[in-house]
Write a protein that binds this ligand. Sequence first.
Ligand code: AMP
Ligand code: MG
Length: 409
Amino acid sequence: MILFPDAIHQIISTASPVPEEQVAYERSLGRVLSSKILSPEALPPFTNSAMDGFAVSSRHIASQSGPFRMRVNGIIAAGDAVREHCETGPNECWEIMTGAVVPPDCDAVIKVEETTREGDTIQFSRLVRAGENIRKAGEDFQMGKEVSDGGTRVYPEHLMSFAALGINSVSVYRKPTVAVVSTGAELTSDAGPGTGKIRNSTAPYLLSELNALGVDARFLGVIADDPKAFLSLMETELGRNVDVILSTGAVSMGRYDFVAPALRDLGAEILFHKVAIRPGKPLLFAKLGKTAFFGVPGNPVSTAVGLRFFVEPYLRSLQGLSPERPYRAVLENDTKKPLGLRCFFKAEVSHTQTLRTVKILRGQESFRVAPCLASNCWAVLPEDGDSVVNGSEIDIYPLHSWSSKEGIL
Ligand code: AMP
Ligand code: MG
């Protein structure tokens, strides 16, 4: 049995990044940038007004005493082209709209609310600072400024910057491909009392999580604990050069737990089988050439832990993402745990004004799906000791790593 940190080390050290590809920026949501992006232009592209009002030269106003009267030379609307010959005399101004180009010899905008208008003139009564209500060209992005580093997942706010800066295509890692297979003669859609059968609850879970993670996930179907069928399915998948095969069930000690022997028959390199964790201890990790194989136990919570804490780190490495870092929270309830095992428990995090606290939920058995609904994070308890006491600081992880940018739980 291997310890969790050693297992992760093995997983990450066997992952080499998938190739890069260029995609239209609109299609980059959820993908991981493979190289740094620098701004190709300045933003704002021209100096413009932050308010609806009147563009003036503050120098002219500073040389007079108020109240000031100014003649309105004309109107400049948002979208009007830059006027090359646009002179502003000492008692002149331009009516200007938010976002419109500020004439080159003006350096401030007086808000419309601060003026009174009579025909072609406006009146107002205070000095104006240079730069007031002006958005300078390049104030947001200078040309060449870093927009995003490589190894960053793209969120909608990235699309906002790409669109603003005319970044039409970006270089991202190819989507890793993941094939999911469920094992178990008991899995059927006709489950019910008296049938001995249950429904497959984890395939939809895995596929939806994987798709949300931005990978290309496919379901291969259910193998009814038949090693031959499993072997032929594996051979087909390996022929497709899939990046990851993820199987559920049949990795424990039962008579029908055929995954490890079948992998040996295929010539797989089994890097570990059994990890000092709960739930999910029988987890298996193997390499079949470049394809990584994760065999996670079939109980739903073991499967979820396998995906979140083993498969995900591998998928991150394939896409050049750095390892996820935990958040810290203060444990609210004394919790018993098995000595020597790292525990991944369903938990509920709360925030007070000054503290992040976490409660481990009841019902941690790996077959229970109901407590998953009540949880909003994973609590991770260390291997040492057989309990963790109330008031201890522990690591927690968001339930879904894609749901928010890292750094915000
Ligand atoms: P196994 O890992 O194959 O020994 O299965 C462990 C437990 O998980 C058994 O009670 C299985 O019936 C159950 N199980 C296996 N696969 C699934 C699945 N896809 N959905 C729900 N339960 C499952
Ligand atoms: Mg089974």
